[in-house]
Design a protein around this ligand. Structure first.
Ligand SMILES: [Zn+2]
Ligand SMILES: [Zn+2]
Length: 160
């Protein structure tokens, strides 16, 4: 079983020959969605609705997951929830292709993995913060101001 290498691969062969308007929901629930060792998402779940259209297969994804981030203020690791919703057309041929450049693969399987990854990455904040009011570390002595205080802590808490 090497399904786990492509956990988001779906069989859409039957939709190619189905009447326009036919759709199918593909549900996913994965404890871990791993792209490579330092890029993992946890508690991944959601649905991809695939609809047969004239031009191709229209995919509407709705997913949520958790990712471990490092707070830019206090450097602590924390778990960040992510949510993404997207729509993309996998075209039957070049004439209908969108700027996303997706074609229905001839083997009848679509691997949503790369697409989902792109959308999830967009949802990760560039400057993740463990919580809205994280006080950060003292720039002088490194004390974690969330846990305690130090002699350098005066009024100016404009860390970010
Ligand atoms: Zn923090
Ligand atoms: Zn200090």
């Amino acid at each position: 079983m090497n399904f786990s290498r492509f956990p988001l691969r779906i069989n859409i062969g039957f939709l190619i020959n189905a009447p326009v308007g036919t759709n199918r929901d593909f549900e996913f629930e994965l404890p871990t969605l791993r792209y490579h060792p330092d890029q993992e998402f946890h508690d991944f779940k959601g649905t991809a609705r695939v609809t047969r259209t004239q031009q191709g297969l229209f995919v509407q994804g709705d997913f949520e997951t958790m990712v471990t981030s490092e707070c830019v203020r206090c450097l602590a690791e924390f778990v960040q929830p992510l949510q993404t919703t997207f729509s993309e057309l996998y075209a039957f041929d070049q004439r209908s292709i969108t700027e996303s450049n997706l074609l229905v693969p001839p083997d009848g399987y679509i691997d949503l993995g790369p697409l989902v990854r792109e959308y999830l990455i967009l949802e990760i904040p560039i400057r993740p913060i463990c919580r809205e009011d994280c006080k950060g570390l003292c720039p002088i002595c490194g004390e974690d101001w969330n846990a305690s205080t130090c002699e350098h802590q005066h009024g100016s808490s404009s860390q970010d």
